[in-house]
Design a protein around this ligand. Structure first.
Ligand code: SAM
Length: 209
């Protein structure tokens, strides 16, 4: 599957190829769906939520440009798969904070991350990630894996100057992967990219409280 993503030109960064090759996607799926782990498609993880398709994980991870030692915030833990890939990229010197609003998925992702050996580098928080996670801010990188109506202000505030955020922004049916760059003088640049379809971000800065 990884070879296919490289062949299609979706995966270009050597570091992301290595990280995605190391994390076993089947460990982040309910047992009955593990046989589909290496199909390039989103899969249900319960509670109306999905684990994103590998090509989308590849695309977002490349756009995020994670460096060793980075402190990363993910909004929308889901299965914990994306968080595990981020943990591979930040290494022992970095850390991943990931916020999930569905309590049962907090437990599901923690179990998956523990089984896969990533819980040391990843902290899973139960809460409304549209507000970010102030306690560990500022972040070098922020990734949102649910569809937002707009770029939430708290996330921009919690981004370190020089930092970068990747977030799908749009309506309920179609979004665009959007890259937000915060300059060292704290000015913000927004670049709208590839079309995509995500489950909605809910909460204070999402589609509904
Ligand atoms: N990154 C996940 C993975 O690797 O499995 C996939 C994420 S799934 C496409 C989107 C997730 O965002 C769902 O688990 C959903 O419950 C969560 N979500 C939606 N709104 C949220 C919010 N305001 N705060 C935190 N999580 C939220």
């Amino acid at each position: 599957m990884i070879k296919d993503l490289v062949g299609m030109g979706v995966l270009r960064s050597e570091r992301v190829v290595r990280a995605m090759s190391k994390v076993p996607r089947e460990l982040f799926l309910p047992p009955e769906l593990r046989k589909y782990a290496y199909l390039d498609t989103p899969l249900p993880i319960g509670f109306g939520q999905t684990i994103s398709a590998p090509h989308m994980v590849a695309l977002m991870t490349e756009l995020l440009e994670v460096q060793v030692g980075n402190k990363v915030l993910e909004v929308g833990t889901g299965s914990g798969y994306q968080a595990a890939i981020l943990a591979e990229l930040v290494g022992d010197e970095g850390h991943v904070y990931t916020v999930e609003i569905v309590k049962e998925l907090v437990e599901f992702s923690r179990e998956n991350l523990m089984r896969a050996g990533y819980l040391g580098r990843v902290t899973v928080i139960h809460g409304d990630g549209s507000l970010g996670y102030e306690a560990a801010s500022p972040y070098d990188r922020i990734i949102v894996t649910a569809a937002a109506p707009d770029i939430p202000n708290p996330l921009v505030s919690q981004l370190r100057p020089g930092g970068r955020m990747v977030i799908p922004v749009g309506d309920a049916y179609l979004q665009h992967l959007t890259v937000v760059r915060k300059d060292v003088d704290s000015s913000v640049e927004v670049e709208v990219g590839t079309p995509c379809v995500f489950v909605p971000l809910v909460g204070r800065y999402g589609w509904r409280e």
